[in-house]
Design a protein around this ligand. Structure first.
Ligand SMILES: [Zn+2]
Ligand SMILES: [Zn+2]
Ligand SMILES: [Zn+2]
Ligand SMILES: [Zn+2]
Ligand SMILES: [Zn+2]
Length: 332
């Protein structure tokens, strides 16, 4: 992946820095013993309303019957363990939100957030463990629970289904990730040279090493350490900032990675035009789109897609993820 390629941020937002937030939220909630029943009910109703907004599908039915959908997906690492090597053959599977709870609630899940045109794989031959889908019924017998059904042939998979993310292919660990990751609009599938709506570290988009911030920080700290030798490294908890030259999170709605741009070269003509930021290049942030019209990447804009809610979703999604991961067991 050549880093000199354009990356264009326009919008996405994602983050996974919610883990700490969720922890805090949970704590404060449990300490509120004094809240009244009315307050409690109101807060629950608010949560339910939020949940409906985020997850418009019913929680107790699998989305499979609805056909290909843009929906929140989970990969089950228990049923379909990732292969040791990135290139090893692997059968991937994605399950819908309801199935993640009802059928895989006790398993290790990784949330993939939204993917387009996807049909739930639960209860199909793609589920390597052979686990049945407990939410669907056998079309012939009417009995609850199906397994080894034919999977939808049109589903597309990228390495996210093996818990690998970004051009760097790193395993995602919500508790260790300190920076914001962004989801590419994904105009290309893996098969066409695109990323398949992958999640990206901003530094990887522009060709910086993953540890760029540590290096940058070390450099400045050296200078300061010379002055006073004190409490230095306590700052491991701080979030990794966006790399220099990278557009601020609020400045774009969605973006296209260099893979998707290269696989859809016609996109380049939009870079820097109204509604699109100029391409972002390695080392240097935004190109001076206007003065030199270099072709490059461009990010489609918010106006064109049903992405308007990506941002809002983001934060809320985090809530659901977190809740799932931690509450799965206690909840059922
Ligand atoms: Zn399902
Ligand atoms: Zn499972
Ligand atoms: Zn299921
Ligand atoms: Zn990366
Ligand atoms: Zn992409």
């Amino acid at each position: 992946m050549s880093a000199s390629e354009p990356v264009e941020p326009l919008a996405g937002t994602d983050q996974q820095k919610n883990s700490q937030d969720a922890g805090k939220r949970r704590e404060s909630f449990s300490s509120q013993n004094s809240q009244t029943a009315k307050e409690f009910i109101e807060s629950q109703m608010r949560l339910e309303a939020d949940a409906r907004e985020i997850l418009p599908y019913s929680f107790d039915s699998c989305t499979q019957a609805l056909g290909p959908l843009r929906q929140i997906l989970f990969a089950c690492l228990t049923c379909n363990p990732p292969s040791d090597k990135p290139d090893a053959p692997h059968t991937s599977a994605g399950v819908c939100y309801s199935c993640s709870i009802a059928c895989h609630g006790e398993h290790t899940l990784v949330e993939l957030f939204s993917k387009r045109d996807f049909v739930c794989d639960c209860g199909t031959t793609r589920v390597s463990s052979g686990l049945p889908c407990t939410l669907r019924t056998d079309p012939k017998t009417g009995a609850k629970g199906v397994r080894s059904q034919e999977p939808a042939p049109e589903n597309k998979y990228n390495h996210n289904f093996q818990n690998r993310f970004c051009g760097c292919g790193e395993d995602y660990n919500a508790f260790e990730e300190k920076g914001t990751m962004f989801q590419c609009l994904g105009l290309g599938t893996v098969e066409t040279g695109g990323c398949g709506e992958d999640w990206w570290h901003p530094e990887c988009l522009i060709g910086l090493p993953r540890n760029w911030y540590k290096k940058a920080k070390a450099a400045t700290e050296d200078v300061e350490a010379a002055k006073q030798n004190g409490e230095a490294d306590d700052n491991d908890d701080e979030d990794t900032p966006l790399p220099p030259g990278f557009p601020a999170e609020d400045d774009f709605e969605t973006f296209l990675c260099y893979k998707c741009v290269e696989s859809n070269p016609w996109l380049k003509r939009y870079a820097g035009t109204p509604g699109f930021l100029p391409a972002v290049y390695e080392e240097g942030g935004l190109s001076k789109g206007s003065e030199e019209q270099r072709t490059s990447a461009e990010p489609p804009n918010a106006s064109s897609e049903p992405l308007t809610n990506t941002k809002k979703r983001k934060a809320d999604d985090d809530d659901t993820t977190e809740a799932k991961e931690t509450d799965n067991q206690s909840q059922t």
